[in-house]
Design a protein around this ligand. Structure first.
Ligand code: 1PR
Length: 585
């Protein structure tokens, strides 16, 4: 099953397999115990629930995936969820939501085996209210090339194929892109001017045979099908449950057809893939045992006082909720002591994810401590189990730091992909779009690029002794240990090993507020064909413009300026917009 679901480039959020070791029973303590320790404020502090539940919606979760975000969004909108247990539950549904997760072949296999494929076809052919999401759209087509060809439900003419990365477009297609509305689609009314969140490597293409179905397209190199509609049957390639207010409004229109539409999305003007602005929360336990958001200077997170306490900049769940409200396109949590603590022993971090994902409807990434681990009792946990628990708790992507460095070093030494590293395993099972590699390099100045075996660049600002070159040495364990590998070599290796995105930090710039390391970001974003997130050093709105103008970064991440409330996310976006850089509003 895991192998079958090996969703390379699969177009969906991570599929989560059950695992006895990480079953939720392992974490049976009640949420309330942790709300207190996390200083968690009730969700009502940053969300307004829709009117009380008047109805239920039937959810087709065929057991291969993590549909926690869809569940959270449905509940947030005031609906109860009925689970599909049998094909009859599909036929008896009032409204059916099908959030496809995992790989096309694995999904079809499950649907065919348990009789649900036939029930789905009957339900849809009878024009019953249906909303397919992501793979839930692709499965309606005749077939897919994903690990295939594999036959789909065959309701819509066409073949689902992979994006072509040869024309310079990064694959997976990750981020907020604009829709071109092709026909009246009820659930998409008014959102043509807005960005919605996509994450996929496969897509269906418009043709004469399927044109009657198409309600919107999206441009990413080619025009692909972003949504279809016929009568009461809708399906979308993007993720409404991760598309903020605009996405919630799509779900609301499906759940409350024609009436009860209380909220229109705000004004916007979208035309292509937007540059993302990401808020990052470095999280750790302070000396009093509370989980706090901290932020260091060049990775030193302790105050320079007599007490030398961990800098406390706020509460993780509250800050994440605030950044969502402020317009962050994604929120990242980095468990910065994860390298020495066992993350599955770190229940508060998992609870942070659970509570955050109930109210934050943009992608959540979590990193820190993702590796194989043997506890004091000799019980072995694989990195897959660690990642699985993060996904199950609400993460959409996981981020690997130290362990990816070791994997890349081994790969470059032997030239052999063992398939055993955490990066390879998680990517194989969950798809590369779910795996970020976080790089923590330190600049090392050189007089000549020939002084080192790693890729060096001519630096914009010479070093302290007039050095004109530098290489970027990767580190592990929160910057504590330098490794014999450069950021350039690491980035290329981890792309080959299955990373879907790179989070590119720079220890020298971290917390300095003097701007991103443009030389480094240009080097890496030109070297790989997966998206690169520029991180470290943002101190003013102009720094974001600079990084997007001068490099091929797909996103820019900041921490300190947001936590210290020096520059709000809205100001960053307003400035980017003024400078002609497309962002999601
Ligand atoms: O090695 O897999 O356990 O992952 C550990 C993760 O924790 C890595 O992603 C690593 O970057 C992060 N980390 C470890 N120690 C620290 C530390 O600060 N002492 N945080 C740390 C690194 C990186 C950023 C930061 C930006 C933006 N933080 O994402 O938030 O540099 O900051 P700025 O805008 O204030 O300049 P593993």
């Amino acid at each position: 099953m895991e192998a079958a679901a090996a969703a390379f480039g699969c177009s969906q959020f991570p599929a989560v397999r059950s695992s006895s070791a990480t079953s939720s029973s392992l974490f049976s303590l009640h949420d309330d115990t942790y709300r207190k320790n996390l200083n968690f404020k009730s969700s009502s502090s940053f969300s307004v629930r829709a009117s009380a539940a008047t109805d239920s919606v039937t959810l087709l979760d065929y057991g291969a995936g993590n549909v926690r975000s869809v569940r959270n969004a449905i509940r947030f909108l005031g609906f109860d969820i009925k689970e599909v247990q049998t094909p009859e539950d599909i036929l008896n549904a009032n409204r059916l939501i099908f959030p496809g997760v995992g790989a096309f072949a694995a999904a079809m296999d499950v649907l065919n085996k348990n009789g649900m494929a036939e029930a789905l076809c009957t339900y849809i052919e009878n024009d019953r209210p249906f909303l397919g999401i992501c793979l839930g759209l692709q499965l309606l087509f005749e077939s897919s090339e994903e690990n295939g060809p594999v036959k789909g439900l065959g309701l819509i003419p066409g073949v689902v194929g992979r994006f072509d990365s040869s024309n310079g477009f990064r694959v997976p297609h990750i981020g907020w892109n604009a829709l071109q509305i092709r026909k009246d689609s009820e659930i998409l009314d008014d959102i043509g001017n807005h960005h919605v969140y996509f994450v996929h490597s496969y897509r269906a293409m418009p043709s004469n045979d399927n044109k009657e179905w198409i309600s919107s397209t999206c441009n990413y190199g080619d025009n692909f099908i972003a949504s279809v509609r016929r009568g009461s049957v809708h399906a979308v390639q993007f993720h409404p449950e991760k598309s903020g207010d605009v996405g919630l409004s799509v779900l609301r229109r499906f759940l409350y057809p024609k009436s009860h539409v209380t909220q229109k999305p705000t004004e916007g003007k979208a035309s292509k893939l937007a540059k993302r602005v990401i808020a990052c929360l470095d999280v750790r336990t302070n000396d009093e045992g509370d989980l706090v958001v901290t932020k260091g200077d060049q990775y030193d997170v302790r105050e320079h006082t007599k007490e030398n306490e961990v800098r406390n900049l706020g509460k993780p769940v509250e800050l994440a909720g605030q950044y969502y409200k402020d317009g962050a396109d994604e929120v990242s949590f980095l468990n910065i002591t994860g390298f020495r603590d066992f993350p599955l022993g770190d229940l508060p971090m998992l609870q942070v994810l659970r509570f955050t994902s109930e109210n934050v409807f943009v992608p959540l990434t979590v990193g820190g401590g993702i590796r194989d681990f043997t506890d004091a009792n000799g019980r072995h946990y694989s990195s897959l189990e660690v990642a699985s628990e993060y996904f199950r708790s609400g993460a959409d992507k996981i981020s690997i730091g130290s362990d990816a460095v070791y994997a890349a070093e081994a790969y470059l030494k032997t030239g052999v992909k063992t398939g055993k590293s955490s990066l390879e395993q998680i990517s194989r099972v969950y798809g590369n779009q779910a795996v970020v590699v976080s790089i923590d390099p330190r600049r090392v100045y050189l007089n000549s690029p020939d002084d080192v075996e790693f890729k060096a660049v001519r630096v914009t600002n010479p070093g302290p002794n007039g050095e004109e070159f530098a290489w970027y040495q990767c580190t592990v364990n929160g910057g504590r240990e330098g490794r014999p590998i450069g950021a350039y070599e690491l980035a290329n290796a981890v792309e080959e090993l299955g990373a879907g995105e790179i989070l590119l930090n720079c220890i020298d710039c971290d917390g300095q507020g003097k701007g991103f390391d443009i030389d480094l970001i240009k080097l890496i974003s030109d070297a790989v064909s997966i998206p690169v997130i520029a991180s470290s050093g943002a101190g003013a709105v102009e720094h974001f413009t600079e990084v997007f103008r001068k490099t091929n970064a797909s996103a820019a991440l900041a921490a300190g300026i947001f936590h210290r409330k020096e520059v709000p996310i809205q100001s960053v976006k307003a400035h980017l917009l003024e400078e002609g850089i497309e962002v999601r509003l």
